[in-house]
Design a protein around this ligand. Sequence first.
Ligand code: 13P
Length: 250
Amino acid sequence: MRRPIVAGNWKMHGSRSETAALIEELLSGAPAKPAAACVICPPFVYLQEAARLLRDSIFSLGAQDVCAEAHGAFTGEISAAMLKDVGCEYVIVGHSERRLLYRDGDQLIARKFAAAHARGLVPILCVGEQLADREAGRTNEVITRQLDAVLELCGAGALGHGVIAYEPVWAIGTGRNATPDQAQEVHAFIRARVGERDAKIAAATRILYGGSVKAGNAAELFEMPDVDGGLIGGASLKGDEFLTILAAAR
Ligand code: 13P
């Protein structure tokens, strides 16, 4: 049995006071024993305070990115050890905004995955095609390339300690989510691809769906057999909506 995960990627939103208020809202409305594991990923500068507020709660903390290097002269970067040090358990790697806006390539993302794994963080590896890829029938090819970079550098064992998030780029922030069938098709493909390396790991790996998940569509997406929860952007910034999405994962 794969326990689902619902993770909120806050991206570059909020302030110190808004972070505290949103966490307060989540804590006061959260169920005592949710069926899904719940992760929130605030911006770097609010992680430490978030960790303090979330202590002994049902929520785990994640970061939105990590440096591939362990330490040294890398101005502006944050290491996996630092994330661990301030209380993170998870970290997102390879989000499409990093891939497209900051040119994070497959090899760099695989190294970030390795750095996170080496420090005991759970990497959430994002994969997903752009609209032009889908329209040209290249979805599986793109996903394979993104997945194989991590499988080749880190191996299936390390991938099995992480989480995969399928986030079609055309569904992110657009209000146009993949249909449950579209999501299921790609999730099954991802699981099969990992299964070519190790069937047991493939069966145990959580694959989250991300891209315009809302309170109104979460249940039908999470119902699909290979969808093990979600990675939520915009809707994770509204406490009541995020809690409704969390309740939809069982
Ligand atoms: P939205 O839920 O806002 O579409 O964002 C999805 C996402 O990018 C989560 O990482």
